[in-house]
Design a protein around this ligand. Sequence first.
Ligand code: DP6
Length: 357
Amino acid sequence: MIDQDFILKSYNSKVESGSVKWSSPSNIALVKYWGKRKNQIPENPSISFTLSNCKTITEVTYTKKKSTEFSFEVFFEGEKNEAFKPKIQTFFERIESYVPFLRDYHFNIETSNTFPHSSGIASSASGMSALALCLMSIEEDLGVDYADDYFNRKASFLARLGSGSACRSIEGELVVWGKNKSTESSDLFGVRFDGDIHSNFKDYQDAILLVDKGEKQVSSTLGHKLMYGHPFAKERFLQAHDNLDKLKDILSSGDLKEFIKIVESEALTLHAMMMTSMPYFILMKPNTLEIINRIWKFREENNSNICFTLDAGANVHVLFPKAEESKVYDFIKSELVAYCQNGHYICDSVGNGAKRL
Ligand code: DP6
């Protein structure tokens, strides 16, 4: 499919008003997206687990208007929010050629997260995907009839233009984004991983340890730019292809030890890229390292399959099979909670994607 396939060509312009509501989850990348070209095209393929509990719930009410300007208000957790507006304005500008009705209506966007906003958890994936899905449902209200596949693809396509990783939040349980030779995929939208998934990876758990709940030290926009002219960029992009290729076999064979190697190496590579860019950053905190070392020790001593991954920040995602749930949570409570800000962590697991409410 190409960009043009997503342009809405005709719709019923007589519809006066309506309301749509979606819940869309966050996701956690196993092979990381870090580096992009123009128009939110990723430099390398990525794959993520869709999460279940960390979600954004967005309701969009639309009313016909006369002016041709974009017109919208944002309410976050019940309160009018000006801070989100510029991001949504940019999103609207990027997507308007694909959703031409954007200038015909005033939009009231009411949004909330199931996780605390100040948790340092990226809300752009769940937030942008929820908004993209609302716009798709409005398209349907305007008389456009879509097959499921196309609906999800266009929702993911629009979400990508809001925030790259958001395109991996529409479906579950594993989603691939970015052309590669190993799986069905596209640079324009995320697709469900089409390979076999061994039962070891069903219901995988993710405990998100909140080490630092502050504002992101490096915005993703700046972060991705650091890969331009990065001395190791070319090798890194090739490595992501290679890791996805290996992960495909691992997901089907159920080899947890090999899974751990890829996932932890990807997390550390992401941070290594930031440490070796210009300017350079260290996004891990002392407690991040403390947690990683304790996870390694626990794994060794208990023959466990616990492992970690990281986003572009200090928080640690602790990943483990469902079968180890109780012993890992005992370990988190007895040893790791001490390194979380205010003792906060979030229990999540792999989920099935967004839902219309
Ligand atoms: C480190 O999707 O937040 O989480 O496209 O600029 O919005 P933008 O970036 P964003 O980048 C996320 C990067 C990451 C890795 C990942 O999720 O694959």
